[in-house]
Design a binder for this molecule. Sequence first.
Ligand code: AMP
Ligand code: MG
Length: 326
Amino acid sequence: MTISHSAIIGNSIRDACRHLNNQEVVAIPTETVYGLAGNALEDAAVIKIFEVKNRPSFDPLIVHCFDFKAFENYAFDISKAAENLYNAVGPGPVTYILNKKPIISDLVSSGLPTVGLRVPNHPLTLKLLRALPYPLAAPSANPFGYVSPTTAWHVNAQLGKKIPYILNGGACTIGIESTIVDFTQDVPVVLRLGGLAIEFLQSVLGESIVINTTSTSQPAAPGMLHSHYAPSKPLFLENKAAHFTTLEFETLGYLGFDKRHPQIPQSQQLLLSPNGDLSEAAKNLFAHLRAFENLPISGILAANIPERGLGRGINDRLRRAAFKST
Ligand code: AMP
Ligand code: MG
């Protein structure tokens, strides 16, 4: 359904609950990115999420709960490893793939026998989840394939006309999506790099965890799609891009890590973290990609980010953003 007026942006749990109880979708803040939330146990609400995002039905939704104990209502065979990780992280940027109970419909899981569950670490959204008698299915609150939103204003710019309410919880503190870990295999398998560093996962779960984030166009777990998180201008990776001429540099934007580009005009450059801090870089990534949309440039050249900590998740998103153009 399309609502003709713009969304109301506010911080009322009561208003958010009212819309959700009417099977409407509402944007919610989390520490990773803003989510487009609906009652995970009502197909009517779940269908609206797919419609508003223009999301293909093969891309499963993550279900948000207020604590780990609530996972038992929606999944069975919850492994000790999953529990250990939750005890170490608490509410945070990690999604647990578990065997789903029938109460979660195939619409949510895109027909998979598993479901992705997460406890987001945001005070307002935790309060909202506690106030509701059902969990919230919530993918990122952006049109499918585009850059994820990290402020209420990002959501409003793209989906404001299609949803009644945006719960404003400020700018996201982590800024990239959750790390997804599949706990239904013999060993934990990382399906998506994200806001929880692999090094941390290994310190809790051991070195034997498997990382399987290979790209595909027929994904069991999209976010694994080749092309995703993409701005409207072509994005080139600095370590992959063909050489540009001096004239071409004049027309490019530069997404740097901690150093400016010597040939691109200063006014067309944005640094993710002048101090070389990977957490700060993750927090700025999507907002910077959006900021380039308003600059008079023909494309974006993106620096290579150190491949450690949250840098791995950032590089993963830049690679997928670049897929169409390189
Ligand atoms: P988003 O919330 O937009 O970042 O998208 C949610 C992502 O979670 C999907 O694109 C999948 O990659 C992943 N996901 C959700 N449920 C499952 C599942 N049951 N198995 C594997 N991946 C999942
Ligand atoms: Mg997304």
